[in-house]
Structure formats: structure tokens, C-alpha cells
Write a protein that binds this ligand. Structure first.
Ligand code: ADP
Length: 477
């Protein structure tokens, strides 16, 4: 096993990776920007190297500085986390050229899955079902409008380089096509430097179900079952769970096999996720799921898979990156219970979800009843590691609960969110709590469930406060 690795990331995922490294006796090197001098990941690492100014472009995205930091500390491998350079094939090549191991897939695999149109074409060739639509190279507006007619409305226009729900437009009538196309292309160009789009049939009553896959360098690939991320707001995940409600064995093995096929198509090594859109209009059926894209990295929501399979995915990443064979075969994997994850953000749901930056004055997380993967915490001098910086994604951390069944895991999540007490910045805790109390989410599957803004209202006026005795209570409205 490696003796020392560098983690080219910050916040919760950097701390998460260090925890597994520490368990395995692997030393970790943190990198940090000006703004992160006193950040939690710097305190948790065995060594830390300053790599540049606060802007991510000058630090966490600066390939040369990261390679230099790894060389100067004698790190043998680099873990990219998620975001930043994690899906940048040029980074993988730079790491390898410097004689180190990239903890993740090959540059070729990342490239093959990097653009939604090319990835869909490849999947089609390998017999993986893809969402019906047009994913060719012709970008002529009139041609695309004709393709949309052929597909049949409603359609979804997607920027091929898109991510995080950006560059996507739902079009319900032909009359709206031209302006939606322009909007999607413009957003793709502005956010990803690529205005190419593809068009998909809009699956009504969609569910987002993704499969965790794992490959090693000996050609073995297994899947570690599904995560359901259907509860979304503006195409972004709000609450994730595993397994998926209403899943049956036929569907699970069909999706698992398709995901393994997708991974094998690109000789995938390491942790990856194959995302499918699923027809949630009725019972799940093996002919009702289609490939959307593959994320060639560890996902934010990987902990729910860890909770139901008992595997530490970061530890597995390190082991296969070091050349080991996967320690488990498909028929040895099984699902134990149910897990939920919520992502705690420093943002203001009542004000357009604007990031809320600054210093936390109280930070109480529900560690006693849930798994908490946080990126900030008590630890720095003057507790300055309790700061939300304006320079980066304002995620505070994640809460993960596990129970023997869905009801139990969800009840724990409700309790865990109630115990969470953060002040100094605004957070989305009440926003996350609201769906956990919605009968449609509690009782049935997340079928057709999209976040409803009105769910939030009754609780907005009743934030948690800390009373004198140290208990939490609702502030009288
Ligand atoms: P991004 O890479 O920007 O996250 P995705 O292609 O993964 O975009 O899609 C994001 C979300 O949008 C999905 O999880 C799903 O909820 C919705 N979505 C994507 N494609 C379709 C489709 N063809 N029909 C209906 N909903 C879709």
C-alpha cells in the first residue's frame, strides 16, 4: 500500500479521504489556498502544502502547483475527490507523467465519458439502453427542431458538457424550441466553454436511479447496487437514499448488468457511477431505464452505498489504485438495511438559495445518532476552521443515517436534522427537514416527487434556537 498520498481537494471530501487513509496507515498531504490556511482539512492532514491564492483557478485547479506539492512531499499517489480536477483527463496525464498514481480511472475512460453525446453513442454501441433522442454532431437550429419533432414533445435540450443541471431546458411545445435551444447553448458555452447540445425525449414521471460500480486493473467490475436521487430541485439532488424504493430483483440485476457493461466498455478502474433515468410512472420494469451519463469519480452521495454494503469505498479506491484485485465478487455483495443522505449547505433557501458566507457561531451536528461527514469543525486556532468562504461551494457537510428499513432510516434523518444546530450563517436544514415530513415521501416511493417550495413555509418562521438549558426548541413564530 502507498505510504503517503496527496489529496487534491478541500472541505468534507478531503477530510473524508483522510479518514480512510488514516485507518489504513497511509499518511495524507493536504493542499490549501490562502483562504483555507486554517481550514479543517489542513488540521486533519499529516502535512499540508500551500498551493496558491484563494480563487480555485489559482489553487485547487492549478495542476502544476498540485504536482509540485506532491513531489516535494514524496506522495506516491493523488486522490482528486470530487469536483475540481477529478474529471480532468489532463490532470490524470500530468500525475502519471510525474511518476505518481492517479487514484481514479484512466484519462481515456474519463475522456470517453466526458461529453454526454459521445458517451451515449458509445453506450449504444455496447448495447446499453440510452434515452431516445438526437446526440449527433449537426447543430443547425432547423435540423435540431426537426429532430425534436421526430422524438416527440416534450423534449429536453442538454448541453453536452453540462453538469449540475446547468445548460438544460425542458421544451413542451415546438413554438418554444428555438429560444430554449439558444438558452441551453449559451449556458453551455458560458459555464463549460462548449455550446454543443443534444436532445432527449423528456421522460415524464422520471426517477433518477444510479448504480455504483467498481473496477480493478485486472478487468474485474462489480456493481454495488443502486442509489435513488429522485428528490431534486432544479435538476439537482436534494436527498439521496439506497436502495431505491420499489426496486425488484429483476430490475436491479438488469440495471446492474447495464452499468457493469458501461464500465467495461471503457476498461473502468476505480469507483464510478452510471446514472440512469427511469420511468417512474408505474412499477419499475427492466425495459424502463435509460443511460444518462457516467460520473468517473467518487460521488458526493457515496456514503449511502457504504452504509448498505458495509464497504469503505475510499479504502477500496486506494487498494485498486495500488494494483490490488477487488476483494469481493458480485455474488458476495448484499444489501443490509436502508440509508439516507442530506447535504447541509450554508445557503439561504428563502432568498434564492444564495450562499451564506461567514463564521459559524454555533455548530452542533447530530454525531450521536447519525454519520456526519463535515468539512468544517472545531479545531483551528480561534476555531477559524468554522468559516464558510465565499470562494468555494458552501457545503458544510453531510448527514447520513442507516436503519434496518426505510422507515427507520428516515425517522433517524428527521431526528438528526432536528438535532442539527448551526448559527452565524443561514442553512438549508429546514429545507431538508420539510420533505422528510411529507407523507408522499414518507409513505410512498419518491415517485414523481419534485421539491415543492411551499413545503418549506411553515418551518421557515420557526428556526431552531438553543435555550438556556442547552436543549433545542423551536423559536416561537
Ligand atoms: P447534469 O449532468 O447537469 O446533472 P443529467 O443529465 O445528469 O444532468 O440530468 C440531471 C437530472 O435531470 C436528472 O437527474 C433527471 O432528474 C433530469 N433528467 C435528465 N434527463 C432527463 C430526461 N430525458 N427526462 C426527464 N428528466 C431528465
Amino acid at each position: 500500500m502507498f505510504k503517503k498520498i496527496l489529496i487534491a481537494n478541500r472541505g468534507e471530501i478531503a477530510c473524508r479521504i483522510m479518514r480512510s487513509a488514516r485507518d489504513m496507515g497511509v499518511a495524507s498531504v493536504a493542499v490549501y489556498s490562502d483562504a483555507d490556511r486554517d481550514a479543517l482539512h489542513v488540521h486533519e492532514a499529516d502535512e499540508a502544502v500551500h498551493i496558491g491564492a484563494s480563487s480555485a483557478l489559482e489553487s485547487y485547479l492549478k495542476i502544476e502547483n498540485i504536482i509540485e506539492a506532491a513531489k516535494s512531499t514524496g506522495a506516491e499517489a493523488i486522490h482528486p475527490g470530487y469536483g475540481f480536477l477529478s474529471e480532468n483527463p489532463n490532470f490524470v496525464e500530468a500525475v502519471e507523467a510525474a511518476g505518481m498514481v492517479f487514484i481514479g480511472p484512466s484519462a481515456d475512460a474519463i475522456r470517453a465519458m466526458g461529453l454526454k453525446d459521445a458517451a451515449k453513442k458509445l453506450m449504444e454501441d455496447f448495447g446499453v439502453p440510452v434515452v431516445p433522442g438526437y446526440h449527433g454532431s449537426n447543430q443547425d437550429a432547423e435540423f435540431l427542431a426537426k429532430e425534436a419533432e421526430k422524438i416527440g414533445y416534450p423534449v429536453l435540450i442538454k448541453a453536452r458538457a453540462g453538469g449540475g443541471g446547468k445548460g438544460m431546458r425542458l421544451v413542451e411545445r415546438p413554438a418554444d424550441f428555438a429560444s430554449a435551444l439558444e438558452g441551453a447553448a449559451r449556458e453551455g458555452q458560458a459555464s463549460f466553454g462548449d455550446g454543443h447540445v443534444l436532445i432527449e425525449k423528456f421522460i415524464s414521471s422520471p426517477r433518477h436511479i444510479e448504480i455504483q460500480v467498481f473496477g480493478d486493473s485486472h478487468g474485474n467490475v462489480v456493481h454495488m447496487f443502486e442509489r435513488d436521487c429522485s428528490l431534486q430541485r432544479r435538476h439537482q439532488k436534494v436527498i439521496e437514499e439506497a436502495p431505491a424504493p420499489g426496486m425488484n430483483e429483476k430490475m436491479r440485476s438488469a440495471m446492474g448488468e447495464a452499468a457493469v457493461k458501461a464500465a467495461k466498455a471503457v476498461d473502468y478502474c476505480g469507483a464510478g457511477t452510471v446514472e440512469f433515468i427511469v420511468d417512474g410512472g408505474g412499477d419499475l420494469r427492466p425495459d424502463g431505464f435509460w443511460f444518462m451519463e457516467m460520473n468517473t469519480r467518487l460521488q458526493v452521495e457515496h456514503p449511502v452505498t457504504e452504509m448498505i454494503t458495509g464497504f469503505d469505498l475510499v479504502a477500496l479506491q486506494l487498494r485498486v489504485a495500488d494494483g490490488e484485485k477487488l476483494p469481493v465478487a458480485q455474488n458476495e455483495l448484499s444489501i443490509n438495511g436502508w440509508a439516507f443522505e442530506t447535504r447541509i449547505y450554508a445557503e439561504d433557501p428563502a432568498n434564492g438559495f444564495l450562499p451564506s458566507v461567514g463564521d459559524l457561531t454555533n455548530f452542533v451536528m447530530p454525531e450521536k445518532i447519525a454519520r456526519v461527514d463535515a468539512g468544517i469543525g472545531y479545531g483551528g486556532s480561534n476555531n477559524s476552521s468554522l468559516t464558510i468562504s465565499p470562494h468555494y461551494d458552501p457545503m458544510i457537510g453531510k448527514i447520513i443515517t442507516h436503519g434496518k428499513n426505510r422507515d427507520e432510516a428516515l425517522a433517524k434523518m428527521r431526528a438528526a436534522l432536528d438535532e442539527t444546530y448551526i448559527s452565524g450563517v443561514r442553512t438549508n436544514v429546514a429545507f431538508l427537514s420539510a420533505p422528510c415530513r411529507q407523507p408522499v415521501f414518507e409513505k410512498s416511493s419518491p415517485r414523481q416527487l419534485r421539491y415543492q417550495d411551499q413545503w418549506l413555509r411553515p418551518r421557515q418562521s420557526a428556526p431552531l434556537i438553543h435555550d438556556q438549558s442547552g436543549r433545542y426548541q423551536r423559536h416561537p413564530a
